[in-house]
Write a protein that binds this ligand. Structure first.
Ligand SMILES: Cc1cc2nc3c(=O)[nH]c(=O)nc-3n(C[C@H](O)[C@H](O)[C@H](O)COP(=O)(O)OP(=O)(O)OC[C@H]3O[C@@H](n4cnc5c(N)ncnc54)[C@H](O)[C@@H]3O)c2cc1C
Length: 374
């Protein structure tokens, strides 16, 4: 069988790594990317309880978070989980190495303008030329979620300070000490060392905003956070990154004939967190297994309805009353270990565990979830 992967970003490279490490040979693979998203400046943080296939690409590992919500600061341990950071370059190197060991993988630079069914297989138009394969995995043009339930709007500064300012061992998962006027917002800090960190302003914005950024206010909030909360006097911003990620709690219809959407286009960004890294790893492993066992890539786990319900309710409640986000996060993380919350966000919790978790939530959210459930 022949495989074409449209897009060599997180989901494309992860799929390559999972396909080539299967014991069975799954046939030649072509990965097409036009380089519009530079891997050198990309990076993904995520948590997981188990070792992963791409662990060699991990450059930073943490076992606790700092959180601040509802006037309270605490350090929470992660229990069985580790919080890890993977740089884009390191991911490409790890996937490239795995591909080289197996052979039969070609990385092709080109712009894809169309992906369509062609006979029993499918084809992509790459710089105007059709490229055919039995299966096409699409992270560039795919359908994406039909409905947007909210936006994660963020702006991050890579900062270097003149004096030590960061705890290199403890990222700040969220700190709500930032203006809440535009949308429910917090600051996230991912340290690289005592004098280097990514400091990111993050907002959960309602669908009606269409993810519109507000750079002036975001930058002013970042300046204020650095000076007032972190007490940093002298610093340089070495790079700024910003994005608006659509959040959707509806399942995506991923399949079109021999074409399967992957990554963001497959709806793999978790709507209540904006994280996708581990979901993409699990999905890549499932696709590779399905191809090897069934000869097609469609035997995949279905999204769980009750988790989609929680995500859509949270976004809905926060869109109506932004202050609820801080209350929910404060309630969820008011414990010494974040393990139960991370298990819940990974959609691996049992019903009784979720019952105990929901009992801690603000009554407005708890009743909204139960109302919708009925
Ligand atoms: C700035 C940012 C930071 C994020 N941080 C995190 C994080 O820390 N942790 C986390 O879990 N999730 C994070 N996410 C969410 C999610 O994990 C990422 O969006 C992730 O990169 C999605 O993977 P993907 O393969 O769908 O898309 P991408 O990684 O963007 O890959 C798509 C690829 O397709 C290529 N491409 C696009 N159009 C074409 C075309 N027409 N022809 C050819 N090639 C094309 C691009 O160059 C790119 O390489 C972040 C998202 C953003 C936007």
């Amino acid at each position: 069988m022949t495989i074409l992967i449209a897009g060599g970003g997180l989901s494309g490279l992860s799929l390559v790594a999972h396909l080539v490490t299967r014991p069975e040979s799954l046939g030649p693979i072509v990965v097409v990317d036009d380089g519009r998203r530079q891997l050198a400046t990309a990076g993904w943080a995520s948590w997981s309880a188990e070792p992963g296939l791409l662990d060699e690409a991990v450059s930073r590992t943490f076992d606790r978070f700092h959180v601040h919500a509802a006037g309270r600061s605490r350090i929470v341990g992660l229990g069985r989980y580790k919080y890890r950071f993977v740089r884009g370059d390191d991911l490409a190197a790890a996937a490239g190495k795995a591909a080289e060991r197996r052979g039969g993988v070609v990385f092709h630079r080109g712009r894809i303008t169309e992906i369509r069914q062609a006979g029993r297989g499918a084809e992509a138009l790459v710089d105007g030329e059709p490229l055919r394969a039995d299966w096409v995995f699409d992270s560039v043009l795919g359908p994406g979620p039909a409905r947007v339930d909210g936006w994660l709007v963020f702006r991050g500064w890579h900062v270097r300070t003149a004096a030590p300012a960061f705890d290199s061992a403890v990222p700040t998962f969220f700190d709500f000490r930032t203006p809440q006027g535009r949308a429910a917002s917090f600051v996230y800090v991912l340290p690289r060392g005592p004098q280097e960190a990514l400091v990111e302003h993050t907002s959960f914005a309602p669908p009606r905003t269409r993810g519109m950024a507000y750079p002036k206010e975001q930058r002013s909030a970042l300046r204020e956070y650095l000076s007032t909360i972190l007490g940093v006097r002298e610093y340089a911003v070495t790079r700024e990154e910003s994005a608006s990620l659509p959040l959707s709690a509806s399942a995506v219809d991923r399949r079109r004939g021999s074409i399967l959407a992957i990554g963001t286009k497959a709806g793999l960004v978790k709507a209540s967190t904006g994280y996708a890294f581990q979901r993409i790893q699990a999905d890549s492993a499932a696709i590779a297994r399905s191809l090897a066992v069934h000869g097609h890539p469609f035997e995949l786990p279905k999204p769980k309805a009750r988790h989609l319900l929680f995500d859509s309710t949270l976004l809905d409640v926060v869109a109506r009353d932004p202050a609820q986000l801080e209350r929910v996060f404060a309630a969820l993380f008011d414990r010494s270990s974040a393990e139960p919350v991370l298990r819940f966000l990974d959609e691996e919790s049992s019903l009784p565990q979720e019952g105990r978790m929901f009992a801690r939530l603000p009554p407005s959210l708890y009743s909204a979830v139960t109302r919708r459930h009925r």
